[in-house]
Design a protein around this ligand. Sequence first.
Ligand code: GTP
Ligand code: MG
Length: 375
Amino acid sequence: MVFDHGTLLGGRYTTRRESGCADLIRLGPQWTSVEHRHCGSVPAYSQCVPANLPPDYYAAESAFRAATTPQARLEALERMLAVMPHHKGTDHLRAELRTRMAKVGQELSRQHAGSHTDLYAVHREGAGQVALVGLPNSGKSSLLQALTGASARVGEYAFTTQLPQPAMMAFEDIQVQLVDLPAVSPGATPAWLRGLVRATDLLLLLLDLDTDPTADLESVRSELAALHVMPCAPKWTTGEQKTLETRPALVVGTKLDLPAADDGAELLRLEMQEDLPLLLTSAQSGAGVDALRERIVEALDVVRVYAKPPGRPPDLNRPFVLSRGATVEDLADAVHHELREKLLYAVRWQAGSAPLRVAHGYELRDRDIIELHAR
Ligand SMILES: Nc1nc2c(ncn2[C@@H]2O[C@H](COP(=O)(O)OP(=O)(O)OP(=O)(O)O)[C@@H](O)[C@H]2O)c(=O)[nH]1
Ligand SMILES: [Mg+2]
């Protein structure tokens, strides 16, 4: 059985064909006939289901027809999907649009073959970069919204997100860059994801607790393996076990508000046996979202340090965020690249105690206030 859609008697319809021939192909502006690609015969229609598309859909469709670049076509298709009502009459129109989106995506990839950086690279900002990875509909975009307050396209349909979407997450006075990504999925994981997930500081592996999170975790792991990425608990990635392919990761159960989520979480806990940290969240109720922000920053393993110019108070609103283990010299470098060379000495200020002179190699601690003296 094959579905298609068209315009009939001035109304928008989805029509169903029952036939042994698998391919329905031609769609005209007016519904006249549809040909079989293989046998060329005109099929019989057994049912017409009105799609009842809203005016916004037709506006987006006009924009799609008028679009002159793949990027504009992709945006129009996303808009068409976003405003399309969800019912049986639109199921196959939705599938058709997704197929078109995939084709436009391929077109974009080809167009940007020499300059992938433009479209798919994300300029790093803040204390670290965190990539959200998961199967279609696992709740990546919704969680990005809940963690950052940024708006992201959320949809009940799969593959809503097509391009990387960065947004900044604030935790206390630390800003972290989160990147919402297109879904990974067997046979449909975009190859360009590899560069991004291998270079990112932390992966969040999102699993819908209301479905089968243990099976989903396996799928996500195997898609990452195909991209040559192995998720590891953040603490394991230091020292000897660190390899080029390991990336620190947290597993994040999503949709905790749904009825089957508790069972899903329990199964996941048993299955994972704590090889990766597990956090449970709901973007809808906000449960677990604050705790996740804290765990993300903890996993990034950074320290924040306030620089104090001699004779002036420190800027306590703008910390320098450095990797744990960073020294006074690294701080000087972060303040200004010439300062490392010109650094004479540094003083650590602490509330309630006298300022203390520290060595160039002093290992910075979280919330240190450091006064740098230069030549
Ligand atoms: N009940 C509930 N539904 C959620 C939650 N988070 C997301 N959803 C729903 O799950 C569906 C998918 O959400 P998205 O955030 O678009 O998922 P995604 O992983 O970004 O999807 P793709 O971009 O298609 O891969 C939408 O219908 C959301 O409303 C949640 O915490 N609770
Ligand atoms: Mg999404």
